[in-house]
Ligand binder design. Sequence first.
Ligand code: URA
Length: 196
Amino acid sequence: MKTEEETILEKERIKCEHCQKCPLGKTRTKLVFSAGVPNNKIMLIGEAPGYWEDQKGEPFVGKAGQLLDKILGCVGFSREKNIYICNTLKCRPPDNRNPLPEEKEACREYLDTQINTLKPRIILLCGAVAVQSFIKNAFGITKIRGQWFDGPHNSKMMPIFHPSYLLRNDSRKKGSPKWLMWQDIQEVRKLYDSLQ
Ligand code: URA
């Protein structure tokens, strides 16, 4: 039996399937609405679907997604068990270019419904595009990653590096992006464990 939240999100997904509010509705192969467990604990928001996501209709399934799953898995998070994953855009921008402001604006109602329905206590803003959607006048992600910000519905939001960035920076030395990500995800797990 579906929960009330699952029913609302399923209706929103169907609405989104028919969305033509921006030109990406015409060029997408598949809508990429969400993956994971719709719960009120933790949500990760990425940027936009890439090639593989567009093919499969699921967020973070390409190389970056596989790295993301590994990182989350290191502290016991997984899309099968306990985390809800979505993006600022639900359709792939051609050639994986950055989302345009008007695309983000057109797509925002779907993201807002996801947040307002689940009211997650923790929101991970994965990469600069997601950060800019929630934190105005944010300094670069390198400066603010790992910090907690107040988010919607009394949530705590943390900017984290995008896994594509980590793929381009392979070092694991102290202070490297991968090392910092490891610190950040452990902080996230601590807060998660403290939630009732
Ligand atoms: N990058 C993102 O930000 N989201 C995806 O779903 C895939 C790659």
